[in-house]
Design a protein around this ligand. Structure first.
Ligand code: BGP
Length: 459
């Protein structure tokens, strides 16, 4: 039997943009995903945009019943900044206040603990126009937005996150063109990363002034970097990959400071951001109470085969090559390696190097194409997903047994949701969504999840 503590949180995660729908209704302001899908020159992404979702905005009451029916005792979603403040600041949208208040109250009334994130890749369009995270003023707007959320909802919400996967908006928006504003500008990327860490610390400061009982953290996508061999050059490559992928946010969030080696590299490439000593003090003094970890895949690296081009725009891969380990297990649909032991390595890293801080898995899941072919008697029989969860949970339970302070496991995701670049190609849900009819059908994994939560484990 693989067992978890009685107090363990078993739930799932989603985000506002990916499930709410009503993306231009009820006075919501546009965010960068509306720009990405609707504005030139990005219009070539004319697949399905964020307007087509499971419309949680209208279905939240019945969806919360479905959460209950699948055994959830917790659920993570996010607040859409541009729904609450259509321009990012100033006038508040009362319909959004009502909606979020209702959602959080309804969750509590059904015994489901809300875990609420403030920012999931969704910068309000009006603030992107003034430079988004590159602009220090936007940090102040975020701080005000965070304070408003804590003031409005602190009675219902006792678990908050400041950001989801901040390294993703840095890399995808400013080093490669996968998110708006689609720049390749390493100096801007570093400024954005620094402002994000500062914004997180300022939000934590606001929260601790308002509520002393609850907890606030940050969700990081930790990708353990494994070297090809124990040759020192490969090991160094992995150390540097870890610096950028993980430590860049893990260290300021948990330890209140940056790793000196990361700072040295940033300085060497002439990428230092504009900063002040006061800001660094804010980061030092306002650390997370707990941590959310999204785990999907590790990264395998080795020493560079060729000299990097010194004239190309900087990316972390200046210092390492990726390497495809023979025999590694892949998720063929999403192209991500499946390596369940990574979750244990993360548990040990947090235990040994981050003061054994309380943490939880905030996302773990398997995206699969054409799940239709696995339908039997009307339901999707996703045994592959159950196997995926079991493998990861087995390693997680081992980590907990060895002293890591993990308090919960949230799968990605509850109902099949819209994805940033893949729309509905890869389905992750415990519950199938029929986009045309909006019908929800619990998959085999959803039924299994209920058993898991009820028994605090599985055979
Ligand atoms: C994480 C994001 C989620 C979700 C998930 C699955 O990085 O926090 O929002 O999208 O990945 O990834 P994808 O939808 O790209 O397959």
């Amino acid at each position: 039997m693989v067992e978890f503590p009685k107090s363990f949180f078993f739930g799932s995660a989603t985000s506002a943009t990916q499930c709410e729908g009503a993306h231009t209704a009820y006075d919501k302001g546009a965010d960068i995903w509306d720009l990405w899908y609707e504005q030139e020159p990005f219009k070539f992404h004319d697949e399905i945009g964020p307007g087509t979702t499971s419309t949680f905005y209208e279905h939240y009451q019945s969806d919360i019943q479905l959460l209950k029916a699948t055994g959830h005792n917790s659920f993570r979603t996010s607040i859409s900044w541009s729904r609450l403040f259509p321009k990012g600041y100033g006038e508040i949208n009362e319909d959004a206040v009502r909606f979020y208040k209702d959602v959080f109250q309804e969750l509590k009334a059904n015994g489901i603990e809300p875990f609420v994130n403030l920012y999931h890749f969704d910068m309000p369009a009006a603030l992107q126009e003034i430079g988004g995270w590159e602009n220090r003023q936007v940090v102040a707007y975020y701080q005000a937005y965070a304070k408003t959320c804590f003031t409005l909802f602190h009675e219902e919400v006792k678990h908050w996150f400041t950001f989801n996967e901040p390294i993703v908006h840095v890399e995808c928006g400013y080093l490669s063109c996968y998110h708006y504003p689609c720049k390749v500008d390493p100096k801007a990327a570093v400024q954005v990363a620094y402002h994000t860490a500062l914004a997180s610390a300022l939000a934590i400061r606001e929260y601790h002034k308002i509520d002393k009982e609850g907890k606030i953290g940050i969700v990081l996508n930790l990708t353990p970097a494994y070297p090809r061999s124990d040759h020192p050059a490969d090991v160094k490559a992995a150390t540097i990959a870890e610096l950028f992928a993980n430590k860049s946010f893990l260290d300021p969030s948990v330890k209140g400071e940056y790793d000196p080696m990361l700072v040295e590299i940033i300085r060497k490439h002439d990428l230092m951001p504009t900063y002040t000593q006061e800001d660094l003090q804010v980061i030092k003094e306002n650390r997370v109470d707990f941590l959310g970890v999204n785990y999907y895949q590790p990264v395998r690296v080795c020493a560079k085969a060729n000299m990097p081009n010194p004239d190309a725009p900087f990316t972390p891969e200046y210092y390492f090559d990726r390497y495809e380990m023979p025999g590694r297990k892949m998720n063929p649909y999403r192209g991500w390696e499946i390596y369940p032991k990574g979750i244990y390595d993360i548990a040990m890293n947090i235990r040994d190097n981050y003061g054994n801080i309380e943490w939880m898995i905030t996302e773990n899941g398997m995206g699969v194409e054409n799940e239709e072919r696995f339908r039997k008697d009307g339901r999707i029989e996703d045994d592959y997903r159950i196997a995926f969860f079991k493998d990861h949970l087995t390693w997680l339970a081992k980590g907990i047994k060895e002293g890591s302070h993990c308090i919960g496991y949230h799968v990605w995701t509850f109902i099949d949701c819209w994805s940033w670049l893949n729309a509905y190609k890869n389905r992750y849900g415990l519950v199938e969504l029929n986009l045309a009819t909006q019908e929800r059908i619990i998959k085999k994994s959803g039924r299994w999840f209920k058993e898991l939560a009820e028994h605090h484990g599985f055979e």
